[in-house]
Design a protein around this ligand. Structure first.
Ligand code: IMP
Length: 440
């Protein structure tokens, strides 16, 4: 059976997927995204060079890999070419031979961006804290059956008619909230110009991926955002608008569920969140300084928006929930070295609400705001783990922490990351992840 592995963030995003996908990409023929758009941001460090990827799968950094933007994505053609041009200037090959854009993916157009702004404004204190990239409104149009798919945009009459119809409604909302109405001609002209340039990249990626799987080629399916931002399973309504979890990989690529042979969870040794929404283990008040220390050591600023990320302790209760939904086969534990400076490390093992133990991850975000986390405290190690490449070289307390997290999630730890570089990595021999890295 061909190797088809899905990589998913287990927390609220920014777990360090970029580095792990980059490590794995070498051992796969194809790397595909399946949801989201340029709200995502991966930073991949290769020697002195840093590549920031938003829309294009990390496989682009490796010669000879095919990158797919799957049908479940929402694609802003302007953002696509800004990124493609930037990567090309850094010496990468962003050509139609290497990058395929699904004809079934939906387009993000200028009015989606404008509507994202008005929607956040309307929500006021209840705002989601979106990336303002138009992601939510584009998915609303998709579910509302008025979206414009990549393939539709190639037929000028269809494109114009849909822009006209959609702008009629969008402009009403935009103007009602004091925004500037958009002009049909301008939107049409800009979109046509961009989609004409996009034409050579457009493909039936569902067909391409299924044929590749049948022919035994390996496929790495790269998630964006993360489990707790999933529109169904996340901390609704403070979520993104797509299915970020493993189930979404099938929908967003057109590969049947049984084709997927493994799921890798990316878990960071602590938690962060960008944007609004409940975050039970956030370091607040008495722990604000610790939060700042972690933000500084972990360089915790949004790759897409530059916003400082909110920092908190590891939440084993939430991560166990993520492991359950995604069915993690293996976990890559990232940013161990960021915790080197701490004397003590807390891990949340469960929540209490109104004096009672919470049984399952709360569905209602108001409840999640009120829960009291129950913590275990583990000793820190106060030594540098940066760049360590063998488990046996880790300080005892660091090893104990890694083993503790594995037990808490009930999943093997296949890899521990001890720095941003490719080689700052400990592999766990005999793990499922190790096997994926040893075969093509
Ligand atoms: P949207 O995806 O722009 O609609 O934003 C919805 C929520 O998801 C906000 O809280 C964002 O901060 C969050 N979000 C979106 N993309 C990412 C990401 O790549 N990493 C972390 N959070 C994200």
């Amino acid at each position: 059976m061909s190797k088809v592995i899905v990589v998913i963030g287990a927390q609220w995003g920014d777990e360090g997927k970029g580095k792990i996908v980059d490590l794995l990409a070498e051992r796969f023929d194809i790397v595909s995204r399946y949801q989201g758009g340029h709200n995502a941001g991966h930073s991949v460090y290769v020697g002195e060079r840093a590549f920031v990827l938003h829309l294009i799968p990390s496989g682009i950094i490796h010669r000879g890999k095919t990158c797919v933007l799957g049908n479940g994505m929402v694609i802003d053609p302007k953002a696509f070419f800004e990124e493609a041009d930037r990567l090309a200037a850094q010496g990468l090959e962003v050509t139609p031979e290497r990058v395929l854009v699904s004809s079934r993916a939906h387009l993000i157009l200028p009015y989606h961006r404008a509507l994202d702004h008005t929607s956040e404004e309307r929500l006021g204190n209840e705002r989601v804290g979106t990336t303002l990239r138009g992601i939510g409104p584009a998915y609303e149009d998709k579910a509302g059956r008025r979206g414009i798919r990549v393939a539709d945009a190639l037929v000028p009459e269809v494109l114009r008619a849909r822009i006209e119809r959609n702008l009629e409604d969008a402009n009403r909302i935009i103007e009602a909230y004091g925004g500037q109405a958009l002009d049909v001609e301008e939107v049409f002209a800009e979109t046509s110009r961009l989609t004409e340039r996009l034409a050579p990249f457009i493909a039936d990626t569902t067909h391409f991926l299924n044929r590749a799987a049948r022919e035994g080629r390996s496929i790495l399916i790269e998630g964006a955002q993360a489990t707790l931002l999933d529109v169904d399973h996340g901390t609704y309504p403070f979520v993104t608008s797509s299915s970020t979890t493993a189930g979404g990989a099938s929908i967003g690529t057109g590969l049947a569920p049984h084709r997927i042979t493994g799921v890798l969870g990316i878990v960071r040794t602590y938690t962060t969140r960008v944007g609004e929404g409940p975050f039970p283990t956030e370091m607040l008040e008495g722990e604000a300084e610790l939060g700042q220390l972690i933000r500084k050591r972990g360089r915790e600023y949004g790759a897409s928006t530059g916003r400082p990320r909110r920092c908190g302790w590891f939440d084993a209760f939430a991560t166990r929930y993520a492991a359950e939904i995604n069915g993690f086969t293996s976990v890559a534990l990232t940013k161990l070295d960021v915790l080197d400076a701490l004397d003590q490390i807390k891990v949340c093992t469960g929540y209490r609400l109104d004096g009672r133990e919470v049984e399952s991850f709360p569905a209602v975000s108001q409840d999640l705001r009120r829960v009291e986390p129950v913590y275990d405290t583990l000793p820190g190690w106060n030594t540098s783990t940066e760049g360590i490449t063998e488990m046996s070289r880790l300080p005892l307390n660091a090893r104990a922490y890694v083993e503790y997290l594995s037990r808490a999630m009930d999943v093997e730890i296949g890899l521990v990351s001890t720095g941003p570089e490719r080689d700052q990595t400990i592999l766990n021999p005999g793990s499922a992840l190790d096997a994926w890295l040893k075969t093509q």
